[in-house]
Ligand binder design. Structure first.
Ligand code: PEP
Ligand code: MG
Length: 591
């Protein structure tokens, strides 16, 4: 951290989603509060504690009413869906178990309101945890949410939830979980800053998908920034300035203008093909999480959806999505994408994306645990529901299925068996589906990259998930800023794994693409073309930049340098070679 003039504090993190944002800070915290304990209170203080508690309940009710009104006024989509949850929370503020028991505990045990409330919350939680019925058991987390709100009002802490953001802000948080970002009011948040996170952490991918700048791995930004501070953030360089001087502000206003006019100029490429100067076409496709992202992806010239991450159907809800919900979501996307393929990745939950409805025991190493296809093969009921939804939607477009985190042939065979069961059940029920639906797999575990030749015989296509492939191959947690310096897609081991996967796919006559974040970085385009990838799938923002880069390259010359690249010892050797290559005209190339 470096001090600039009197006020500006500049910090540097990892710029993971490009763009400049200037705005007020909004500190978001999802961590639990410290609860003070005062015991053996004199009798004369107890009524005051009861009154403080009742006031905090009243304030909580008023806050929820306000959120409710705003959600109703905002009107659309995700906001409106939250109204019934808020209604339930308002009702819970009259819950006898919560209110009366807390008042009784204050009086009986002569303790402060916070401590009494905390104690009652614990016993309510234990009560709910012991209920057999899953739906009722999950009501326990609603009570916890309500309890936290009363507690923060008692403590005088302003803890606000995402749904309360009603002005344009830059969100500052220690980290953001998928459950947090899924309830974020998109149009109000101008950027993300987090203490934790790496290039392919969930926050980074989410920021890119909704096209807002983001800087992660800032270490202490939550301690340096106060609510309402003015912030400048540069998602390209990773720079953040807190309370800038007028001079710095003016400087960044200019940079911002230049950046967005460059962005605008890129639209020139939207209707042009992704074709090298010697006429080689690459398929560029889009990565999405929501239906709403499809128009932008198509507008930027994508030839379909290369990765539809379906996890978001499962987040921020207490129950599991039904077959019909799956069907409607996928049908909606496939119909919008028309003609082009939509590759639906079956849900990748577990690991860092945990859900209350899935009852997963906590694991010491969740990234190496019951995640993605492993979870699906254990909970075949949940998996089959999704597969049936996908199959039924396949009648409405060019849908393909993709299984994540395949580590060996058996997993693929078992997943196919469940798919066959799903087909049989649909047939029995007389529901239509496309029997010949294509089945692809993600290559994101090193073992899969090594046996790509074997897997290629049983899959219709490959898509390389470089985000996880790097994590597992280089033993680098993809969300940990401390080891981000090791997370390098140009590591020779990664390049060789990609090459082996491409060769195996082509020998077997199937297509191979990349849908990890590496595909969307223009700096890697030359290498990916040299390695022979058929398809690249990325967020909407990257499509035009990558297309622009492709249109300056000569494919046949790039193919000739691939052997040389694969013999290099380090990532920096590869980087230097590629940078130098850029400086020369094609005619000068020693190929
Ligand atoms: C990947 O691992 O590269 C990938 C695309 O999947 P996700 O980022 O969703 O794990
Ligand atoms: Mg992955």
């Amino acid at each position: 951290m470096k001090e600039k003039k009197d006020r500006d504090i500049t910090c540097n993190g990892i710029g993971v989603s490009p763009g400049i944002a200037i705005g007020k800070a909004f500190l978001f915290s999802s961590e639990r509060m410290d609860v003070p304990a005062f015991c053996h209170l004199d009798k004369s203080f107890l009524q005051n504690e009861v009154d403080r508690f009742k006031d905090a309940v009243g304030t909580s009710k008023a806050q929820l009413q306000k959120i409710r009104e705003r959600l109703l006024k905002d009107g659309k989509g995700r906001g409106k869906e939250h109204v019934h949850i808020i209604d339930a929370h308002i009702m819970m503020l009259d819950d006898e178990m919560l209110i009366n028991d807390t008042i009784k505990t204050i009086k009986r045990e002569k303790v402060n309101a916070e401590w009494a409330l905390n104690k009652v919350l614990q016993s309510i939680k234990e009560f709910f945890d012991s209920i057999e019925d899953q739906y009722l058991r999950e009501r326990g987390s609603d009570i916890e949410y309500i309890g936290d709100r009363i507690l923060s009002n008692l403590l005088g802490e302003k803890r606000v939830s995402m749904s309360e953001i009603n002005e344009e802000v830059i969100l500052v948080a220690r980290d953001l979980a998928p459950t947090d970002t899924a309830q974020m009011p998109g149009s109000k948040v101008k950027g993300f800053l987090t203490d934790m996170g790496g290039r392919t952490s969930h926050t980074a991918i989410f920021a890119r998908s909704i096209e807002i700048p983001s800087v992660v791995g800032l270490e202490h930004i939550t301690q340096l920034v106060k609510n309402g501070d003015t912030l400048i953030m540069d998602g390209n360089s990773g720079t953040v300035v807190i309370n800038p001087s007028r001079e710095v502000l003016r400087e960044y206003e200019k940079i911002k203008e230049q950046f967005y006019s460059y962005e605008k100029s890129l639209h020139y490429y939207s209707k042009l093909p992704a074709e090298t100067v010697d006429g080689h076409r690459i398929k560029l496709m889009g990565n999405i999480e929501f239906l709403e992202e499809v128009p932008e992806i198509l507008d930027h010239g994508a030839e379909g959806i290369g990765l539809y991450r379906t996890e978001f159907l499962y987040l921020n809800r207490k129950d599991l999505p039904s077959e019909d919900e799956h069907f409607n979501a996928y049908k909606g996307v496939a119909e919008k994408v028309t003609g082009y393929p939509t590759i639906i990745r079956t849900f990748d939950l577990g690991g860092d994306k945990l859900l209350p409805s899935m009852e997963l025991a906590s694991e010491a190493n969740p990234a190496l645990g019951l995640r993605a296809i492993r979870f699906c093969l254990k909970r075949t009921d949940i998996f089959k529901t999704q597969l049936k939804g996908i199959l039924r939607a396949s009648v409405f477009g060019n849908i393909k299925i993709m299984f994540p985190l395949i580590s060996g042939v058996n997993e693929l065979r078992m997943a196919k068996e469940i798919l066959n069961d799903a087909k049989a059940e649909l047939k029995k029920d007389g529901k239509a589906f496309k029997d010949e639906i294509e089945i692809g797999i993600m290559i994101e575990v090193p073992s899969a990259a090594f046996i790509a030749d074997i897997l290629a015989k049983e899959a219709d296509f490959f898509s390389i998930g470089t985000n996880d492939l790097l994590q597992y191959c280089l033993a680098v947690d993809r969300g940990n800023d401390h080891v981000d310096y090791l997370y390098n897609p140009l590591h020779p081991a990664i390049l060789r794994m990609i090459k082996n996967t491409v060769k195996s796919a082509h020998d077997a006559g199937i297509e191979v693409g990349i849908c990890g974040e590496m595909a969307g970085e223009p700096q890697y385009v030359k290498i990916l073309l040299a390695l022979g990838l058929d398809q690249l799938s990325m967020n909407a923002l990257s499509l035009l930049r990558v297309k622009k880069a492709i249109r300056t390259l000569n494919y046949s010359k790039l193919l000739k340098i691939s052997d040389e690249i694969l013999l290099m010892s380090t990532a920096s050797d590869v980087k230097n070679f590629i940078e130098k290559y850029e400086e020369k005209s094609f005619e000068d190339m020693p190929v």
